[in-house]
Each structure stands twice: as structure tokens, then as C-alpha cells.
Design a protein around this ligand. Structure first.
Ligand code: GDP
Ligand code: ZN
Length: 463
């Protein structure tokens, strides 16, 4: 517990730490403009129009020392992100100057924002709903542009809209049930009520299942598709890895996170974030005497959503190749025939027999940069095939939302079971109400403070 009041004026650096040319210190709250004016020299910010950008300098009021040349955006409530007065100080002097400006504000009465506090205020002031707030968090963490689009769509309130409709439907049935229970003198009321509940439960369940089906793809977009490159020594794994890592695709490390010690390797293949599994293994074996192959591959294969199995087309299949083909048979995999630039010695007929009936082989040469574009197209199609066609629908990407949808589905199963077992209607009604509550938790319509704090503390500072 702290002395901070809920809506006092807060400040934080709202750009990610790093070498960016401009960083922004953001303030929100009743005193945001006054607090900035205390350290600002230029126009009197108290008198400038709302939503203007003002040139000036940040000056230490004690020492009169100039700290940075800045552009200050003044945005008065309520048309701001938090619905409070908001000031954004655009600094040019790099992270050191930016920190000094923040320190200066803090020593002159502004409070340091808690992680996610700006977004929390936006939520508490009714500016955004909870799923939108979470979308902001996803945006911060989005690994690729594509993930960004999904997050943005959610920001538009698509999921919230859909959930609100579902809840409205349930509510009207519950109301109807209530009426029926209150007027039991009508004939067949019991049967009618049951039928009504059953129909609605089936309908809502179906829609929840549709949402849950999108979750799998959503997870890939958020967390990256765990991908293992396997193959016996010398087939070209490291070469392929290097190609994926270096070909003008950003390696995205976790910008929003605070730690730099866990660097996961991500490559962005046409909008599919691949999270590479056990690249250390591949690198190690490139230097050392290569012996392992299968044992280590087993682990990588287990962890992977996608396996790229590399074969050398210029040599006959070996036992190790066959083992790896068997090990990956049940996985989503791409079988790559590398070294296509050399004379072909692999027995294609035998190989085809070891593959699934619809499985394709991709012939390529990493060395000569042949077939790699096709590989990328393949990867992208594999994962966007389904999504591309459903651009307009909602995608569930958030773990908490997924868990709630699953619980809501269970509640509906209880409704259906209750009806089947001829339970009294008011007991069935309890499960239906619970479904309604659970869906409400997604949009924050039945939130608890606990949940709220937990959510918002996950945001990075300054958002
Ligand atoms: P790894 O042991 O599976 O990681 O294989 P490497 O990537 O280290 O490659 C082994 C050797 O094969 C290296 O000398 C590469 O230059 C070479 N190599 C990789 N890809 C090709 C290719 O497509 N064609 C030819 N001719 N050589 C390749
Ligand atoms: Zn290349």
C-alpha cells in the first residue's frame, strides 16, 4: 500500500529503452500541464490551446540549467488516451536527457507511473474496455506486423463487441426464464423454458467454439511458432539458419521486456514469427566433431510446432535420415532436399514412400540461394492459409480470454447436462448465469480489483 492516490498526476518515459532518436516523457492527471510548466521555458503552457505542439526548453528551476530542447504536446481532457489532461514531452537528447527530465518532474511533485497505469486510467475512465486494454499490452509485445494487425483489430473492440452480443442474448433468455418461473400458471411453461435454455446454450456454445478455434493461430501470432531445424550433420542446417537470420528480416527480441539476458531468436518469415528452437545446438555442432544428431533432435522436435527436416540430396539416405523422418512423421513438418545444386544421389522413390501421402518435398540449395523464396511462401501459406480468408473475423489471442472462454463453454455443458437430467430450471439457470459472468470477465464488465491490478501491472512502464 502506498500514499499515492488513485488519480494524482503521473509521469513516465513512454518510449522503449534503446537508441531511438526521440523519446517521450508522458504525464497524465489534473496537474499535468502545471507540472510541466514548472520546468518548461517557452510559451505559457497553461494558456495554449488543447492539442497543440509547443517548442521550448526544459530548464531545471533550481539551477536554471538547460537540459534539453523539446516539443511539448498539450492535450486537455477529455479527448485524450486517459481522458485526463495529458502532456507529452518529446526530447531529442537521448536516454540520459530523457531520464533527467523525468527525474526533474518527479522532484517537482509529479509521481512516477506504475506499470500500465496510463492504460489502467483509460480503462477506469471508461475510455477503453478491458479487452482493448489487453490489446494495448499485446501491441507492445507484438512480434511482427501481422500480430500487430490482430492486436489492432482487437483494439477496435471486435472481440468486445462479439462478447457483448453473446451476453445480451444470454441475458434476454435469462430474463425470459425468470418471467416463466414467476408465472408458472401457464401451461407447458417448464418445457418451454427448458427448450429456450437448451437452444441458447447450444448456440452460444457453438460460437464460443468458433472463437476458441481461432485461438490456436492467435497463439502462434503472439508467441511465435516454435520451429526446429533438424537433420544429420553437414546437410546444411546452419546455412539455412543463417539465411533465415540474416536475410533482411528483423530478429525481434523482446522490446517491451526488461531483461536482455534471455534472448530468444525470432525470425519473421513473411509475417510469421518463427521462434527458433535449440539454435545453440545447431551452432555448437557446426564447430565440434558432429556426433549427436538424433538424441538432441528428439528434444527439439518435442518442443516444436513446426519441424524443418533437412536432407542432403547429393548423398543416399542414411539410417539417421530414416530415423529423423520417423521421429517427425506426426509433426507439422517441411522436408527440405538441400544441396540441389549438386548431382542427385538420394533415392527419391524410397524417400517418397517414407513421406505422408500429400506431403511435398522442397528441393533447394541454400548455398546458391535457390528454393528459399518457395520455402518462405510455404511457411507463410501453412499458417496464414486459414487466417487470410477470415480477415474480418475476430481472433482470440489472449491466454486469459482463452481460459475464460473454456470455462464459459464448461458452464454451458453444465446447462445442457442439467436439462438432460431434468434438473429444476432454477438450477440450470445458475449455470447459464455463470456463463454470462465468465464472458463478462473478458470485457471487464464483471471485473474484480484483483484481476485489474494483476493485468495492469503486466504492462511496461509508460503505457
Ligand atoms: P549442418 O552441419 O547441417 O549445420 O550443415 P552446414 O550448414 O554447416 O553445411 C555443411 C556444409 O555444406 C558447408 O560447407 C556448407 O557450405 C555446405 N552447404 C550448405 N548448403 C549447401 C548447398 O545447398 N549446396 C552445397 N553444394 N553445399 C552446401
Ligand atoms: Zn538469402
Amino acid at each position: 500500500v502506498e500514499t499515492a492516490t488513485e488519480f494524482d498526476t503521473i509521469a513516465a518515459i513512454s518510449t522503449p529503452p534503446g537508441e531511438g532518436a526521440i523519446s517521450i516523457v508522458r504525464l497524465s492527471g489534473e496537474e499535468a500541464i502545471q507540472d510541466t510548466q514548472k520546468v518548461f521555458s517557452g510559451k505559457n503552457l497553461l494558456h495554449v490551446a488543447s492539442h497543440t505542439i509547443n517548442y521550448g526548453h526544459i530548464i531545471d528551476p533550481q539551477t536554471h540549467q538547460e537540459i534539453d530542447e523539446v516539443m511539448v504536446s498539450v492535450m486537455r481532457a477529455p479527448k485524450t488516451f486517459t481522458r485526463e489532461d495529458v502532456v507529452e514531452i518529446n526530447c531529442h537528447g537521448g536516454i540520459v536527457a530523457t531520464n533527467r527530465i523525468l527525474q526533474l518532474l518527479l522532484s517537482n511533485g509529479t509521481r512516477l507511473a506504475e506499470p500500465g497505469e496510463f492504460t489502467k486510467r483509460a480503462f477506469l475512465h471508461g475510455r477503453i474496455d478491458l479487452s482493448q486494454a489487453e490489446a494495448v499490452m499485446d501491441l507492445i509485445r507484438a512480434k511482427t506486423d501481422r500480430s500487430m494487425q490482430v492486436a489492432l483489430k482487437q483494439l477496435d473492440g471486435n472481440l468486445a463487441h462479439l462478447i457483448k452480443n453473446l451476453r445480451q442474448d444470454i441475458l434476454s433468455v435469462l430474463a425470459q426464464v425468470e418471467v416463466n418461473i414467476d408465472y408458472p400458471e401457464y401451461d407447458d411453461v417448464e418445457e418451454m423454458t427448458t427448450r429456450l435454455l437448451k437452444e441458447k446454450a447450444l448456440e452460444v456454445k457453438q460460437r464460443i467454439q468458433q472463437l476458441l478455434e481461432t485461438a490456436k493461430q492467435g497463439k502462434v501470432l503472439r508467441e511465435g511458432l516454435a520451429t526446429a531445424i533438424v537433420g544429420r550433420p553437414n546437410v546444411g542446417k546452419s546455412s539455412l539458419l543463417n539465411h533465415l537470420l540474416h536475410e533482411d528480416k528483423a530478429i525481434v527480441t523482446d522490446v517491451a521486456g526488461t531483461t536482455r539476458d534471455v534472448i530468444e531468436e525470432y525470425v519473421n518469415v513473411r509475417g510469421v514469427p518463427l521462434k527458433l528452437v535449440d539454435t545453440a545446438g545447431i551452432r555448437e555442432t557446426a564447430d565440434k566433431v558432429e556426433k549427436i544428431g538424433v538424441e538432441r533432435s528428439k528434444k527439439a522436435i518435442d518442443q516444436a510446432d513446426l519441424v524443418m527436416l533437412v536432407l542432403n540430396s547429393s548423398e543416399p539416405l542414411t539410417t539417421e535420415d530414416r530415423q529423423l523422418l520417423a521421429l517427425t512423421a506426426k509433426k507439422k513438418r517441411l522436408v527440405l532436399l538441400n544441396k540441389g545444386d549438386l548431382e542427385q544421389k538420394i533415392d527419391l522413390e524410397e524417400l517418397r514412400k517414407l513421406l505422408g501421402s500429400n506431403e511435398e518435398l522442397l528441393t533447394m540449395s541454400v548455398l546458391k540461394n535457390k528454393g528459399l523464396a518457395e520455402l518462405e511462401t510455404k511457411i507463410s501459406k501453412l499458417f496464414f492459409g486459414g487466417i487470410e480468408n477470415s480477415q474480418t473475423t475476430v481472433m482470440v489471442t489472449n491466454t486469459r480470454h482463452i481460459a475464460l472462454l473454456k470455462r464459459a463453454e464448461k458452464a454451458l455443458d453444465a446447462v445442457l447436462k442439467g436439462i438432460e437430467d431434468n434438473m429444476p430450471v432454477d438450477l440450470v439457470q445458475i449455470d447459464m448465469t455463470s456463463c454470462w459472468d465468465l464472458l463478462g470477465e473478458i470485457t471487464g464488465d464483471s471485473y474484480q480489483d484483483e484481476l485489474l491490478n494483476q493485468l495492469f501491472s503486466q504492462f511496461c512502464l509508460g503505457k
